[in-house]
Unconditional design. Structure first.
Length: 323
């Protein structure tokens, strides 16, 4: 979802090429003096790092490439620590206490999760402070791609800068090594990121990018019940249904009956006969052109900047078809 100015790429690479983010250097700290050799060897041979630093191609890899990195990581983890290693890693809290000198196999996995989480969470926190504003601005996103209902503008004055949330499509609580991978970061509204999605794991389940959903779903209405509903839910692929269900698309969009009322009231007020009469007094304008003027806000919707774009488009086209 995020894009980066090509001129900024090397700067970002250099930003992470510091000793404070280098696994080799971190492990020299006294707190790791008695680290178990199995843990140390695994951490020094991570596929997504080179000489202790995250690889450049990992930072900028496509969403499709993420699967290879994740699968390779867990395959190596299971080869070293057993068939249950993946589940232990995924289910281990980043807040867990563990002894890096342990000889217990399960605790070794937990310590690996602890180390990677601590390192990459620090990287993400500093990255967000230093680069999030630039990346969001360059990506030119205005509306939350999860719900299409809330703006995600950057707000700032001389004293403060408020930056939209950056959701981890695959949560950093489970996949901490994806914390700073640009294709895993989704600018989103507070409601979608913290209150609705949280740490739900979309891995291999949800459509990416999530805003593709709004090119697939179709809204309809019942004028007598003043009800809005998702017409084609049952025919959606599962990866789209995951997004619809997670972000309560049916439920939240059903509350916007004011849009349905606005469009229907306009059509009732400006019937074809009235538009024809108005056009007769508007020199040089046809009836169709007059209609476009009356319904300007729906005729010229910009999906990049218009909240509830798909809902407005579908309702306008369907109500217009009933004339």
């Amino acid at each position: 979802m995020l894009k980066i100015d090509p001129n900024e790429k090397q700067d970002l690479v250099n930003y992470f090429n510091k000793n404070v983010y280098n696994t080799i250097e971190i492990l020299k700290d006294n707190s790791y003096s008695n680290i178990n050799s199995d843990i140390k060897d695994f951490l020094l041979d991570l596929d997504f790092e080179e000489n202790g630093i995250i690889k450049e191609n990992i930072l900028f890899m496509s969403h499709q490439e993420i699967f290879t990195i994740v699968n390779d990581f867990f395959e190596n983890l299971e080869n070293c620590f057993g068939n249950n290693a993946k589940q232990i890693f995924l289910n281990t809290s980043v807040e867990i206490s563990c002894s890096f000198s342990t000889i217990d196999n399960d605790e070794k996995i937990k310590c690996i999760k602890k180390f990677i989480s601590r390192k990459y969470n620090k990287m993400y926190k500093n990255f967000r402070t230093s680069y999030a504003k630039k990346l969001i601005e360059y990506s030119d996103m205005r509306i939350c791609p999860y719900c299409n209902r809330n703006y995600i503008n950057i707000i700032e004055n001389e004293n403060r800068t408020i930056i939209p949330d950056l959701d981890h499509f695959y949560p950093k609580s489970k996949y901490p090594f994806l914390s700073v991978v640009l294709s895993n970061l989704v600018p989103s509204c507070l409601s979608c990121n913290e209150r609705i999605k949280g740490s739900i794991d979309f891995y291999s389940q949800a459509m990416y990018p999530p805003n593709k959903l709004f090119g697939i779903i179709e809204f309809d209405f019942d004028i007598y019940l003043n009800k809005i509903y998702l017409k084609n839910y049952e025919s959606l692929d599962d990866e789209y249904k995951v997004l619809v269900d997670t972000f309560l698309i049916q439920e939240s969009y059903a509350t916007h009956t004011e849009i349905l009322k606005s469009i229907t009231n306009k059509y009732l007020k400006y019937k074809k006969s009235k538009l024809k009469d108005i056009a007769n007094y508007a020199y040089g304008l046809t009836e169709n052109e007059m209609e476009k003027i009356v319904f300007y806000e729906y005729e010229f919707l910009n999906k990049k900047t218009e909240l509830l774009y798909k809902l407005k488009k579908d309702l306008y086209e369907k109500i217009g078809g009933l004339k």
